[in-house]
Design a binder for this molecule. Structure first.
Ligand code: BGC
Length: 439
């Protein structure tokens, strides 16, 4: 049993109700008014590879072709967001949202090293402009995991020079989208590779390693280091340098908007006095939280909690409600990660991802409620939370797990690709409207 929780409960039980309303717990006070600051971003998020379709120049596309391989199915046409983005953005705006997070596909923009495709750049310019026309602030991710095949063949993030390659891409890409951008992140969850090594069973990690050899064979190269599949220790310094250089490149371009990095942050809970939690956190997050201290904000991406005792990560508690990803559903974890990220960086927080894989949309609604309570509590305690971008706008390609997990506010029929907004989409839209998303 967690000692800290016991103490907090005992403490709260002893406080008079009036004192609790005045200051503790924060969400009780905040519930009475609108704590969300003016300009708060209310939106949903997607990424290029998971939704665009036919992203055939990317490292992950290549790995999807491996038989056997780690991917349960191929991304294929995905959600055809590449062609349907205008309708999707109209749908998002119609729900009452005022922001939309999407990513630029590096492999479309720079299909061969040093050759930039004007048509692709123009495509992303149009997405950003369409967001603006519809009243959606574009939250632009410059890299959401996938990299061009040529980059992976050169050793991906494992090799010196990768930071400069990424910064050169950012320098070109920001010229297309900078005028419209509302906020930007450089890398999506650059700490995920390490997190996967902590949370996934070793056979899956071994499969990912084998896939890199398969990737090299398919690509006809000596090596292949895709996305975050590579050697984490080799990747870390290059990704940190890549982030720093990308921030500088983006800031040197058109527009004037906050730039940061989004991190995979779990509500890691220590169980017992000799819990390994702090050691794990150091390994997963320390370098990135430190880097984020120099940014305009820190992007928090939280799905739930992990508990650690002296031996390592524990199983979810007996009887816990699990998601389609086999994780415990734990929306209140968002409050803990916002506090953790803000305390470690001193920076304002945008929640750039938060969501649940479930077929039962009423659970998504309950999850959103939990996230709102968590954010209200943080805001009431004076933490500058500036936006909430739910993952995901669409049911989309969930990487190695294929299309089975459904994170979307909007369902996508796999045969017809027809979109159907779920009740949770209207629910989040109504929260956004009530809290001033649309003037
Ligand atoms: C990633 C998304 C992914 C989501 C749900 C995040 O780690 O940024 O691409 O779909 O989690 O697993």
């Amino acid at each position: 049993m967690n000692k800290i929780n016991v103490n907090r409960r005992t403490l709260l039980a002893g406080l008079p109700a009036a004192m609790m309303m005045a200051g503790l717990p924060g969400n009780a006070r905040a519930a009475s008014g609108n704590p969300f600051p003016k300009g708060f971003l209310w939106g949903a998020a997607i990424s290029g590879h998971q939704t665009e379709g036919n992203n055939s120049n990317s490292d992950i596309w290549l790995l999807e072709q491996l038989q056997p391989g780690p991917f349960m199915e191929k991304s294929g046409i995905a959600c055809d967001f590449y062609n349907r983005y205008a309708d999707d953005l109209a749908l998002a705006a119609g729900l009452g949202l005022n922001a939309f997070r999407f990513s630029l596909e590096w492999s479309r923009i720079e299909p061969e090293e040093g050759r930039f495709d004007d048509k692709a750049l123009d495509h992303y310019r149009r997405i950003a402009a369409t967001c603006r026309e519809k009243g959606l602030t574009p939250a632009i991710t410059f890299n959401h995991f996938t990299t061009p095949i040529w980059f992976a063949r050169r050793g991906g993030w494992e090799v010196a020079g990768s930071a400069d390659r990424f910064a050169r891409f950012c320098e070109r890409a920001v010229k297309a989208v900078g005028d419209h951008a509302g906020i930007a992140t450089t890398l999506n969850e650059p700490n995920l590779g390490r997190l996967l090594r902590v949370i996934l069973p070793p056979p899956i990690i071994a499969d990912m390693g084998k896939a890199m050899q398969g990737g090299a064979a398919l690509a006809g190269s000596d090596r292949f280091s895709a996305a975050q599949f590579g050697d984490q220790d080799a990747m870390l310094p290059n990704m940190l340098e890549g982030h720093r250089k990308a921030v500088a490149a983006i800031k040197a371009g058109p527009g004037n908007f906050p730039v940061g990095v989004s991190l995979a942050l779990v509500d890691d809970q220590a169980v017992g006095a000799d819990s390994v939690r702090d050691k794990v956190r150091e390994y997963l997050n320390a370098a990135w939280l430190d880097a984020a201290r120099n940014d305009d904000f820190v992007g928090v991406q939280t799905y739930g909690r992990n508990r650690y005792d002296a031996k390592g990560m524990m199983h979810p508690p007996e009887g816990a409600e699990l998601t389609q990803m086999g994780e415990e559903s734990y929306p209140q974890g968002l409050g803990a990660t916002i506090r953790y990220a803000h305390a470690a960086t001193g920076r304002p927080v945008y929640v750039t991802e938060n969501g649940i894989a479930t077929q039962d949309d009423s659970r998504r609604i309950a999850y959103i409620d939990g996230a709102m309570t968590a954010m209200r509590s943080c805001l009431a305690d004076g933490i500058p939370v500036k936006g909430y971008l739910h993952w995901s706008f669409l049911d989309n390609f969930e990487w190695i797990f294929g299309y089975r997990p459904t994170f979307g506010l909007v369902a996508v029929d796999r045969q017809t690709l027809k979109r159907t907004a779920k009740p949770s989409a209207a629910y989040l839209g109504a929260i956004a409207r009530r809290n001033g998303a649309v003037a």
